[in-house]
Design a protein around this ligand. Structure first.
Ligand SMILES: C[S@@+](CC[C@H](N)C(=O)[O-])C[C@H]1O[C@@H](n2cnc3c(N)ncnc32)[C@H](O)[C@@H]1O
Length: 200
């Protein structure tokens, strides 16, 4: 397959126990960003189109949602996106190359509102260990959510981790809204933003 013009943006690796070969996945060797839980791909489609000088991997476990972004990306001729249907933590821990990612985008992760389900939330201390293994030096994590208790948890977990420092979310990122965000904002529910930079 010519990686410059893939028939399908959904990438199925030959192996799920070897780390990804980015050169085989993308037309150009350029900085990598990852969106975890990319959903229908409204953010990733727009942001990747604005940044042809970066490569993007979108991770999502629902096939139907990935299919929408696949069709849109091919229609628009995007060659800098690959999509993977896989469990996010496994992907970050075992498939990404160590210290290879410039930025992680995590927008509106499932809030698991019931207390007994909080253990299922993605943003917890063990996940930060996984993230730091994949992020490059001074790599960034961008977070958004509508859910105030989960936002407080995000700020607490990152705030307690001396490997990260809080930064501002750039305006050029804020203007690119996600699908869930558009719906929440239309109902008058605002977006809560947080962003962190790895200090080492
Ligand atoms: C609330 S939606 C937000 C989608 C998108 N980020 C947006 O803002 O429009 C959360 C998405 O994350 C996906 N997701 C949740 N947990 C996941 C996991 N462990 N691995 C991969 N995808 C996951 C869900 O299938 C869902 O599409």
């Amino acid at each position: 397959m010519n990686p410059a013009a893939p028939e399908n943006l959904i990438y199925t690796p030959e192996s799920y126990v070897d780390r990804l070969d980015y050169r085989a996945m993308f037309a150009k060797d350029q900085p990598l960003e990852v969106e975890i839980g990319c959903g229908d791909g409204g953010f990733l489609g727009q942001f990747a189109a604005r940044h042809p000088e970066r490569n993007f991997i979108g991770v999502e476990r629902l096939k139907g949602r990935l299919g929408k972004l696949d069709r849109r990306g091919r229609r628009e001729g995007l060659t800098n996106i690959r999509l993977m249907r896989i469990e996010a933590t496994y992907f970050v821990q075992y498939l990404l190359q160590p210290r290879s990612v410039e930025a992680m985008h995590i927008y509106f992760p499932d809030p698991w509102p019931k207390k007994r389900h909080h253990k299922n939330r993605l943003i917890q201390p063990p996940f930060l260990d996984v993230l730091t293994g994949a992020l490059r030096k001074e790599g960034t994590v961008f977070l958004r959510t509508d859910n105030i208790p989960y936002f407080e948890q995000m700020v607490e977990v990152f705030g307690a981790d001396s490997r990260f420092e809080a930064i501002e979310t750039p305006d050029e990122l804020k203007v690119v809204v996600t699908d869930f965000e558009r719906e929440f904002n239309a109902q008058g529910i605002p977006t809560n933003y947080a962003a962190y930079r790895l200090t080492a």
